[in-house]
Design a protein around this ligand. Structure first.
Ligand code: COA
Length: 183
C-alpha cells in the first residue's frame, strides 16, 4: 500500500500483528497517557497495542481492518485504525487516530488525516467517513477542522464499567474530479 504525498511530512504503512509492530504501537500508547486516562481512567494497559490491532466492531473481519502506522523520518509517531465497510459498505469507520503527546498540536494530525482521506477515497464503495468522539475526550474541534460535522446522534458506550457518551461525526468522501455542490 503506497499513499505518499511528497509535500506531506508523514509516511503511512499498514502495521501487522507481529511483535515488532506491537512493540512500536505500545511505545506510542505509553507516550500518550492523557488520552487513555481520559477514556478509561487508567494508563494504557500492557496489552493495549495487541488489543488495538485485533479489536473489531460487530460483524466485521480482520480483512476490513487497517492498522496504519504514521512515520516521521522512519519513527512511528502516530497510529490510525480504520474499518473499511462498517457499519455497511458505504462507510469507513475511523476507530482511532493518536499521536504521542509531545507531538500533538504540531500539525501531524492534519497531515495524517490527508493521507487517510487519500486512502479511503480509493475504496470505491465508501461514501462517508464516520467516527465517534467520547465526551470525556472532546476533540470534536479537531474533527470539525478536518471537515466533519456531528450527525446529532449521541451514543452510549459502556467500556470497562465506565459510562461515556459518544458524539458521532461524519464527513462525505470527495473523489478527484468530483465537483462540490454549487447553488
Ligand atoms: C486529536 C489528535 C489526533 C489531533 O492531532 P494533532 O496533531 O494534535 O492536531 P493538529 O496539530 O494537526 O491540529 C489541526 C487543527 O486542529 C486543531 N486542534 C487539534 N486538536 C484539537 C482539539 N483537541 N480541540 C480543538 N482543536 C484542535 C488545531 O488547533 C489545528 O487548528 P488550525 O489548523 O486552525 O491550526 C491528537 O491531538 C491526538 O493524538 N490526541 C490524543 C488521541 C485522541 O484524542 N484521538 C482522537 C480520538 S477521536
Amino acid at each position: 500500500m503506497k499513499f505518499q504525498d511528497l509535500q506531506n511530512p508523514l509516511r503511512i504503512r499498514q502495521l501487522s500483528q507481529n511483535q515488532s509492530d506491537i512493540d512500536l504501537i505500545q511505545k506510542l500508547f505509553d507516550a500518550a497517557p492523557k488520552y487513555f486516562q481520559a477514556i478509561q481512567r487508567n494508563p494504557a494497559s500492557t496489552t493495549e497495542a495487541e488489543e488495538a490491532l485485533s479489536v473489531l466492531p460487530p460483524n466485521t473481519s480482520l480483512e476490513q481492518k487497517f492498522n496504519l502506522g504514521l512515520f516521521l523520518n522512519s519513527e512511528l509517531i502516530g497510529y490510525a485504525d480504520i474499518i473499511n465497510g462498517y457499519p455497511d459498505d458505504s462507510f469507513a469507520y475511523l476507530g482511532l487516530l493518536i499521536f504521542s503527546e509531545q507531538l500533538q498540536r504540531s500539525g501531524f494530525g492534519k497531515s495524517a488525516f490527508a493521507l487517510i482521506e487519500q486512502l479511503i477515497s480509493s475504496w470505491t464503495t465508501v461514501k462517508t467517513i464516520r467516527l465517534g468522539v467520547a465526551d470525556a475526550n472532546d476533540v470534536t474541534g479537531f474533527w470539525k477542522k478536518m471537515g466533519f460535522t456531528p450527525t446529532g446522534r449521541i451514543l452510549p458506550c459502556h467500556q470497562q464499567q465506565i459510562k461515556a457518551q459518544i458524539i458521532e461525526m461524519e464527513k462525505p468522501v470527495r473523489r478527484a474530479g468530483q465537483k462540490g455542490l454549487t447553488c
